[in-house]
Design a protein. Structure first.
Length: 107
């Protein structure tokens, strides 16, 4: 019985500070990788402005990048079951996550 209580108490606790809870809006992402890590730059692109400003850079080990991919896929499926299919614009030339037709990024 004591062992069960210890397992329950070992749950993961996550701290979310008020400044992080505000979040950062991103409508553009660039993903690059090396043999040892994936780098995701989240940026904000505004129509009519020549540059996207990187708001956050996340560096992941390959295993964690694959776990993130799985978690995103699962959450998108749940979202679409609840709210309907997410409609995508036609594929754009550069393989980025961007709402505007862009020719490249600079960080």
């Amino acid at each position: 019985m004591n062992n069960d209580n210890e397992k329950k108490q070992q749950g993961l606790q996550i701290e979310l500070t008020p400044d992080k809870a505000q979040g950062e809006y991103s409508n553009f992402a660039i993903i690059t990788h090396s043999s040892s890590e994936f780098i995701v730059d989240f940026a904000r692109m505004m129509p009519g402005l020549p540059k996207a400003q990187v708001r956050s850079r996340i560096i992941l080990a390959p295993e964690h990048a694959k776990r993130l991919l799985g978690a995103l896929q699962e959450n998108i499926m749940r979202y679409e079951r609840t709210f309907g299919t997410i409609k995508m614009a036609q594929a754009q030339e550069p393989r980025t996550i961007a709402p505007f037709n862009v020719k490249g990024g600079e960080a």
